[in-house]
Design a protein around this ligand. Sequence first.
Ligand SMILES: [Zn+2]
Length: 201
Amino acid sequence: MQMLHPCRGSIQQYEQELSEPDRYRPDRCPLCHAPDPLRAHGFYCRTLVDVQYDGSIRVRRYLCLLCRRTVSLLPEFVLPYLRFAIPVIGLFLVARLLDRRTLRAAAEAAFEPSMPYQRGQFWVRRFQQQAMALCAALAGLTAVVPARDFLTQALQMLAAIGWIPAHRFLFAALRMHLLGWPGFLLPHGSRVNLSLRPASC
Ligand SMILES: [Zn+2]
């Protein structure tokens, strides 16, 4: 299960904080809810592209001594299952959908001038599908300003709250993915149990 590492600094600060395994250790297992069963259990690496960063980062993992399942702490500037960090995606979506720039100009605004246009279209498509749900979920955090459509309203609300604070709330409180969970996962980010899936037609 993924939880958020409460790092509010840079990637470099995040990496430094990883050397202190107990500093952000959750005091309960989020899966079996037992108190104090989590122990540091190494790291896994994931790739990350952020503004002025293209590399890989380590993600801290804990093992629950009771239920034997693992919990990982993702830094809050990344989204599960996406290589690009929230600031890059946010800059692109605002430029493309709010400022109505071309795909190329939006990629330049996101500091990714040479990225394939299909990547931007993929983010746009997922955000469009998620916009109405985002408006409803974020209504408790900021005033709802009338807008011509849910897409514009969601972007305005994210601008008012901040993309990363909004993600922090959506993920931690609602288990909601800013761009919607990928299709192979259940709505709350759990893996689909293949044996329970109905036969496809
Ligand atoms: Zn547990």
